[in-house]
Design a binder for this molecule. Structure first.
Ligand code: ATP
Ligand code: LTN
Length: 327
């Protein structure tokens, strides 16, 4: 039996190379070895205000990009979260067995709510319960995500174990898969901050649909330091970030990369890195143009996928209802 993989991505803003290297690239490799379910999590997106027309368009853009990046509809299922109401229902149920204290420890909420905690939605606070429900609905063994989601995965495991203890074995307890390289791509403008969709800075992130010109400009502006040698040194976050991105795109070892850049300057590093990113994204951008030109086909692929996973979600909900004495 193949192990089941589940992961999700929000259809918000523009997809950046952090999303690509931290998550999407892992989704694409080894598709044949697993049973893969991928989800565009629109219900997570509405934890902060969204324009309806933009949200609708972003769902298609995201689907087009994921197929273009290599998600193969023959080997993987890609569907939209809100098409399966069980996600919301299970989230409610998990809410009722999750102690407030566990939820209050989640650092992402603290970061996203910022100073204005009182105005953040209850949904933003409860975001991790919906994520746990996504994962647990499908008897998931493995969850490929970037480093920032590790804490949410631990919470999901705790919730699954608590439910299983209280009501009997019901959920598979999942494990995260976090990439060794580029698990946390940092902002180009500020290498102490995670590259993020919600960061507005013009030179903060390289987006997957950026043109070569724009990519070159952004990489050239990236913050480095006043030293000279080009080495993987975590204490020099700017250069370390650029080298990690280079490594993730080329697949070369640290030693090979350091030897390659020996005697060269930051200008060379930036020029070559921009080239590597441009060439890495080029085939994806070309395929994307074809997918997005046919939105009806994209919608049909998403709808067929939802039909494939619906029975799995319904079987889980039936088990949950029986165990809890609902209905
Ligand atoms: P935001 O920063 O606005 O919260 P996001 O960029 O994290 O959004 P998501 O849709 O929440 O986007 O994340 C999708 C996937 O990308 C997740 O698996 C997440 O761990 C991964 N990811 C996000 N940012 C990075 C990053 N800077 N480096 C590596 N992986 C990342
Ligand atoms: N919270 C994730 C997105 C997400 C997810 C999931 C990831 C929602 N549901 C289930 C893995 C499994 C994020 O990237 N911010």
């Amino acid at each position: 039996m193949k192990k089941r993989i589940f992961s999700g991505i929000q259809p918000t803003g523009k997809v950046h190379i952090g999303n690509y290297l931290g998550a999407i690239k892992q989704w694409v490799t080894n598709q044949g070895d697993h049973d893969n379910i991928y989800c565009i999590v629109d219900l997570h997106a509405i934890t902060v205000p969204q324009d309806p027309a933009e949200l609708k368009a972003s769902i298609r853009t995201m689907a087009g990009l994921l197929f273009a990046a290599g998600i193969d509809p023959e080997q993987s299922v890609l569907f939209v979260q809100s098409a399966i109401p069980a996600h919301s229902e299970l989230a409610w149920i998990l809410n009722c067995i999750t102690p407030m204290g566990w939820m209050e420890r989640m650092t992402q909420f603290k970061e996203k709510a910022g100073k204005d905690r009182e105005r953040a939605s209850v949904g933003l606070f409860d975001y991790p319960a919906l994520m746990a429900s996504d994962i647990l609905l499908y008897d998931t063994h493995l969850v490929p995500v970037g480093e920032d989601q590790k804490q949410h995965l631990e919470l999901t495991r705790d919730i699954a174990q608590r439910f299983n203890r209280q009501y009997g074995e019901t959920f598979v307890v999942p494990e995260p898969i976090i990439p060794k390289i580029a698990a946390r791509v940092m902002g180009l403008d500020d290498p102490t901050k995670k590259m993020s969709k919600s960061e507005p800075g013009k030179f903060h992130a390289v987006y997957m649909l950026d043109t070569p010109d724009v990519i070159l400009k952004k990489v050239k502006r990236a913050t480095t330091d006043s030293l000279r040698d080009i080495r993987f040194d975590e204490n020099r976050p700017g250069v370390f970030n650029l080298l990690s991105i280079y490594q993730a795109f080329t697949g070369e070892t640290e030693a090979e990369i350091e030897a390659h850049f020996a005697g060269k300057g930051y200008g060379d590093l930036k020029k070559e890195l921009a080239e590597v990113i441009i060439e890495g994204l080029r085939p994806i951008q070309e395929r994307y143009a074809k997918f997005i030109a046919d939105p009806a086909q994209l919608d049909a692929l998403l709808a067929q996928s939802a039909d494939k996973v619906r029975p799995i979600a319904e079987a889980t909900m039936k088990r949950v209802h029986q165990r809890m004495g609902l209905g």
